[in-house]
Design a protein around this ligand. Sequence first.
Ligand code: UDX
Ligand code: UDX
Ligand code: ADP
Length: 480
Amino acid sequence: MVKICCIGAGYVGGPTMAVIAIKCPAIEVVVVDISKPRIDAWNSDTLPIYEPGLDEVVKACRGKNLFFSTDVEKHVAEADIIFVSVNTPTKTRGLGAGKAADLTYWESAARMIADVSKSDKIVVEKSTVPVKTAEAIEKILTHNSKGINYQILSNPEFLAEGTAIDDLFKPDRVLIGGRETPGGQKAIQALKAVYAHWVPEENIITTNLWSAELSKLAANAFLAQRISSVNAMSALCEATGADVSEVSYAIGKDSRIGPKFLSASVGFGGSCFQKDILNLVYICECNGLPEVANYWKQVIKINDYQKSRFVNRVVSSMFNTVSGKKVAVLGFAFKKDTGDTREAPAIDVCNGLLGDKAQVSIYDPQVTGEQIQRDLAMNKFDWDHPMHLQPTSPAALKQVSVVWDAYEATKDAHAVCILTEWEEFKKLDYQKIFDNMQKPAFVFDGRNVVDAAKLREIGFIVYSIGKPLDAWLKDMPAVA
Ligand code: UDX
Ligand code: UDX
Ligand code: ADP
């Protein structure tokens, strides 16, 4: 029986291993983590992450061929294939601070593997890492090898949160990079055999190590670039009277462009896009390619611009001040169907509104009050961010309330900001919301989810990203 161990029971490790377990009943899969609360949660009825379909998959195989444990060393020692799926945040201090990936967790995982291993291992990079990390890991392992043969593979994960289970069941492709040696090729085949249980062979791509590592950064950079491109267009649409949805539809019909990832929004968030682009920028700089670095940096700058543009629109529409006014924020997660708030645009938008002294009342169906307070107070590393989106001071956090109902959040509010595209926000009773709000009542739709025409009939002043502006908004132009 092949034994797989995955180090790191997070958003990537947990769902990925659960799907391997359900698709490969003959393989034993153990997910290990140093965090006991995380592992306890994976072993309970309330999993540590919200992901549609995940509960069913975990319930179907947990205790059979899927296990969650804090006994990291034992399971690493017993495994044939070790996936490493630990966090790789952006460095906050030292060389490359604000851009380079912090590989502390990765390195300690690698040293631990070297310490406890007694048999040959295939070590698989699952978390996104800078190009050439495999080489560093290989060095750590082989320098401490005690005669053990290690093969390093790069097998980046392309799942998106909120659709992780679907993405894992039917991946567009699985990418496996390895050394071009006989040993490397044999390891690639061993991992390929795992995925071949459910992924058609033609969708399993094998490459060299560096291509696999770089492809992950490149894929995220290209996806984020599409969003920044359409968001840049949204600003021009507002200025000219074009409608960004019509523009997106029209350009997406060109098969060379394609329809996906062209939705204008208040900005992209999530744990990957910004982090991976910063990482790419750093790698370019380190390789003496400042022009390339600047090209990709622009994708993040437009994203920051989009968020501050949104805040400015809110403030300028409401007579240039939101001081003391209640502003309802619907949605805090970085996208729908997840409780994840990492790099959520809502963080910067709320910080901006709080900086202008608004009373902010937040509702998100999956995010807790404690999480929101933590996110707003977090000191983000200033790589070269526009400085008006400062973290909120402890005193200003008193202006924040978190409630468990959209109607409660919007009661007596002057404005509603929709920052996550949760389905339930489309179905709210906006007449009831309008009746309970201060007048004039504003809706700022950062995700273009509401029917703006209907809301205008009710009496709202509506702002939708990249759409022709209401007369009111035209008269109060936002300066970004
Ligand atoms: C382009 C648009 O494709 C077309 O829809 C529009 O109406 C007019 O402009 P054209 O300039 O004739 O058409 O050729 P196109 O095939 O788009 O190529 C433009 C340039 O990009 C060429 O120099 C081509 O060699 C280059 N190119 C194209 C690349 O370098 N790489 C590619 O992957 C594709
Ligand atoms: C992303 C990649 O899609 C995935 O392949 C990679 O493995 C991890 O990073 P994720 O961050 O989970 O996944 O979500 P994604 O669906 O890509 O959305 C990222 C952000 O972009 C979200 O904030 C989303 O709301 C925003 N977005 C997405 C837009 O603003 N417009 C779009 O058209 C698409
Ligand atoms: P991702 O989104 O990439 O899955 P997460 O932060 O959700 O990232 O998960 C990473 C997990 O890795 C965390 O639960 C963390 O506790 C775990 N982790 C980090 N370092 C180690 C280590 N050396 N051994 C075991 N688990 C680790």
